[in-house]
Ligand binder design. Structure first.
Ligand SMILES: CC(C)(COP(=O)(O)OP(=O)(O)OC[C@H]1O[C@@H](n2cnc3c(N)ncnc32)[C@H](O)[C@@H]1OP(=O)(O)O)[C@@H](O)C(=O)NCCC(=O)NCCS
Length: 368
């Protein structure tokens, strides 16, 4: 009997609508959280219809054995197409580095039905998908990523190598402490996000165009990406906290407009939290600490208003860590070893590990 990895009759294809509903119903046991199965199915359709994911932006994949039963789904996953930038420093003496805009994919919802597990199906599916995404729908991709919830080894063996996966957690206590420097920041609403994302993206392009010893990659922190997170939180918020209305405040910005945070709420049963999706710091050194303290303090207050137990910032700069400690006691630093491990597979020349590639802006906004 051939093993899963040597057999050649496997087929990677898109699921039918009926199959997709069945798959999602199955993996609701893993990822529905506080939602009912029906709410979870509606949420999956909802977040598949955002500007980022609609019109082919998100694709679902299933592995079947064409020779055995082509209707029997052995494993499944999905991939979201995103804009990204890649900067390869040339070997010659050029001061400016060309920054290439590429398509990149975020792979998620990797799932094998319980009765099929341990047969190598997820490995076969991911091996095939990794190859398939290199050129999909006529577009050559720069790289793909996934966020492993099963440690660093499984995906690393398949070519998605772990990158820095740390965060800080600011505890949110009740009653909330008084806001620090409240006049320094103001809230950001939906309509504010797009122009700020455009500024952020322009600055990122410039930053990547300077010489660097490693290849550098980044997901474009664009409005479509933030909007996907916000659609998600709005849907889940309406299901689990209908009493609080829509989560309208999407972040905060300093009065000078040179520093801001975009955030999103996570209502997971395991630990409701406010995630800082992106921290932007274009301001001068002077006033940095006070600005960051004011932004974080506003985030803590917003989390408290929503009953979320902590504020989480992924891979924070030292300045953010320092400011967090000045805002609340009990800030915890976490090096994640098992969940949400940012894992990268480069397509093209060079390796995928941290030794060869620097993942710039490896922050929560890039998660999917
Ligand atoms: C993780 C999952 C997709 C693996 O599917 P599978 O088809 O059984 O996987 P394969 O048979 O191809 O590979 C088995 C390998 O996965 C590893 N694995 C499975 N579950 C794991 C877990 N929770 N933590 C770490 N490794 C795990 C096994 O140890 C095994 O490793 P080995 O080959 O070195 O012995 C499946 O268990 C699943 O659907 N789990 C629930 C959803 C989930 O957690 N998805 C992953 C999200 S990142």
């Amino acid at each position: 009997m051939p093993t899963a990895t040597t057999q050649t009759t496997y087929l990677l294809r898109h699921p039918t609508p009926t199959e997709l509903t069945h798959i999602r119903t199955q993996h609701s046991t893993c990822w529905a959280g506080a939602l009912t199965v029906s709410q979870y199915l509606t949420r999956e359709d909802h977040i598949a219809s955002t500007p980022l994911t609609r019109n082919g932006g998100m694709t679902q994949w299933v592995l079947v054995d064409a020779a055995a039963d082509p209707a029997h789904v052995l494993a499944s996953c999905e991939a979201i197409r995103k804009k990204a930038l890649v900067a390869h420093t040339p070997v010659d003496g050029e001061k400016r580095v060309p920054v290439e805009e590429v398509v990149a994919y975020g792979i998620g919802s990797v799932f094998t039905p319980p009765e099929c597990r341990g047969n190598g199906y997820a490995k076969v599916m991911l091996t095939m998908l990794g190859e398939r995404l290199k050129r999909h729908n006529g577009q050559r991709a720069g790289f793909s990523v996934l966020y492993s919830d099963i440690g660093k080894q499984f995906y690393a063996k398949l070519g998605w190598l772990p990158h820095k996966s740390s965060h800080i957690e600011l505890p949110v206590r009740t009653p909330a402490p008084p806001r620090i420097h409240p006049s320094r920041v103001q809230p950001l609403y939906h309509a504010d996000i797009a122009p700020l994302c455009a500024l952020d993206t322009a600055a990122l392009r410039t930053a990547l165009s300077t010489r660097h010893p490693k290849t550098r990659i980044a997901f474009v922190p664009d409005h479509g990406t933030m909007d996907w997170h916000h659609n998600r939180e709005e849907f889940i918020g309406a299901c689990v906290r209908p009493d609080l209305g829509a989560p309208a405040i999407k972040g905060c910005i300093t009065a000078s407009g040179t520093r801001w945070m975009v955030w999103g709420r996570d209502f997971s049963v395991a630990g409701p939290r406010l995630y800082v999706l992106r921290v932007v710091d274009f301001g001068p050194e002077e006033g940095r600490r006070e600005d960051l303290m004011a932004l974080l303090s506003a985030a803590v207050e917003e989390a408290g208003r929503w009953g979320l137990g902590k504020v989480v910032v992924w891979n924070p700069a030292e300045s953010v860590v320092g400011a967090a400690g000045a805002v609340v006691d009990g800030v915890v630093g976490v090096e994640r070893e098992s969940d949400s491990i940012a894992s990268l597979m480069m397509y093209g020349k060079g390796g995928s590990g941290e030794a060869e590639v620097e993942w710039v802006l490896n922050e929560k906004y890039a998660w999917c």
